[in-house]
Design a protein around this ligand. Structure first.
Ligand code: FE2
Ligand code: FE2
Length: 446
């Protein structure tokens, strides 16, 4: 088995000998460089709490007039306005949030937004069917600005080109993708607004809802929270969320719970998971998204050494099926794991690699016992997850010279659900409530 893995790694490394460049896309991005780097007001679309909702978010000047119209006709001749919730930011801008509710299943809607007398193009999005399967794009560590000095335009252009190409390749080859799951480090430097402008620049992200996760590179600025409006944000943490709150949402037949693993206070994570599972107990699949992995193929687990011991039993208690993470910049997948060992039933852990090809060091010579696959590749990597009633199909790809080359494929089989222990103990519940009181009070004002 190890020989096969070594051959696979050698094959992929041979393919990736030349540093990734997609000249056509790079030229296209260069042509609009000024406008996309300066556009602080680019809109994001994020999953709603369920199939009947969708969220939108953008930043605008303090005194500009903002509006959001949506309808079912491509020219918006039937458009109606949506309520915009506005809040001040520390950047002399305001954050604008829209939540559309009561949307029909399997329906295409159109929208446009206005700011300061300017109107956007008309974009579209399509809702899915409640409780049914769907296809997701899983990415991590696009980390725009990581391949060198982030202030160098050539570095930003390289990483942005990789990110654009990943999105283009994934959605062209898998047109049924209806959500993008990003497990953190969207940008290299969280205080640099321009990096978020570039992360959000691909037009694909006007129609494809994206669920982002706070990474360690998002520390230091609340920009992440100002650019994305998330469903079911969890306010009642003990440790205040200075970047963006953790949250959860359902998509088709799956519940996604997004942790902020920069916070190492484990009761906060359990309180979030318990609330999510209690709110959506019938979702067929339970998926955790978090930045720091617990079964990394290198020493990255050491960043938060308590994570594996604390989080694995918690995930098993709440009958999680799949854990998606990043941080290592290495695509890896574990065997089915239970109680820290390989098992017939349990949880599969996948780390998404680097979606822009912005960073890579060598793959370790020997993989840990728990890893089926572990590849660090100097080109963009993405994974397609196909959720059906009893299985999730996993296909991972590396993008080379504008082509997608498969590097992993498997099927995850759903476990029998056992919720007999899926709740916080009374003592922990009480302790968490008391400790979170200061932040609950503080949350009333931000
Ligand atoms: Fe990271
Ligand atoms: Fe990273």
């Amino acid at each position: 088995m190890k020989r096969m893995i070594a051959l696979l790694i050698a094959f992929v490394l041979a393919l990736s000998a030349a540093f990734f460049v997609n000249a056509a896309t790079e030229d296209e991005i260069s042509a609009k460089w000024d406008s996309i780097t300066k556009n602080d007001s680019v809109i994001s679309i994020t999953p709603g709490a369920d199939s009947t909702q969708m969220n939108f978010c953008w930043m605008s000047d303090l005194f500009s007039d903002d509006a959001f119209l949506y309808g079912m006709k491509p020219d918006l001749s039937d458009a109606e306005g949506a309520e915009i919730k506005k809040s001040l930011t520390a950047f002399f801008k305001k954050e604008c949030n829209v939540t559309l509710e009561g949307l029909r299943e399997n329906t295409t809607y159109y929208y446009r937004y206005y700011l300061g007398g300017l109107q956007s193009d008309i974009y579209s999005f399509t809702t899915d069917a409640k409780d049914e399967g769907f296809t997701a794009l899983f990415v991590s560590d696009a980390q725009i600005g990581r391949s060198g000095d982030w202030q160098d335009d050539k570095v930003k252009l390289h990483d942005t080109t990789g990110w654009y190409t990943t999105l283009e390749q994934a959605t062209e080859n898998h047109p049924d993708i209806s959500v993008c799951l990003s497990t953190g480090d969207q940008v290299q430097n969280a205080t640099a607004s321009v990096l978020y402008n570039l992360f959000l620049a691909p037009d694909t992200l006007r129609s494809l809802p994206i669920a982002v996760t706070p990474g360690n590179h998002e520390i230091g600025s609340p920009y992440l929270g100002h650019h994305f409006s998330n469903a079911n944000e969890f306010e009642n943490t003990v440790v205040p969320a200075t970047i963006a709150r953790p949250y959860y949402f359902t998509k088709g037949n799956a519940l996604f719970i997004v942790l902020n693993t920069n916070n190492v206070f484990m009761l906060d994570h359990e309180a979030l998971i318990a609330e999510a599972v209690e709110t959506y107990p019938d979702a067929q699949w339970r998926v955790i998204m978090m930045h720091h992995g617990v079964y990394s193929c290198e020493d990255k687990d050491d960043d938060n050494p308590n994570n594996r011991n604390a989080l694995v039993p918690m995930f098993e208690k709440y009958d999680i099926d799949l854990v998606l993470s990043g941080h290592s910049h290495m695509y890896s997948r574990t065997y089915v794991m239970k109680n820290f060992e390989k098992a017939d039933e349990g949880i599969v852990y996948i780390e998404g690699g680097c979606a822009s090809g912005s960073n890579c060091v060598l793959t370790p010579e020997e993989l840990p016992d728990y890893a089926v696959v572990g590849n660090r590749i100097k080109s963009p990597v993405y994974t397609v997850l196909t959720f059906s009633e009893d299985e999730v199909g996993v296909e991972a790809y590396v993008v080379e010279n504008g082509e997608s080359v498969q590097i992993d494929e498997t099927t995850i089989v759903r476990n029998e659900r056992d919720d007999s222990n899926a709740q916080m103990s009374t003592g922990n519940k009480l302790l968490h409530f008391i400790l979170s009181l200061p932040n609950r009070f503080f949350s009333l004002f931000y």
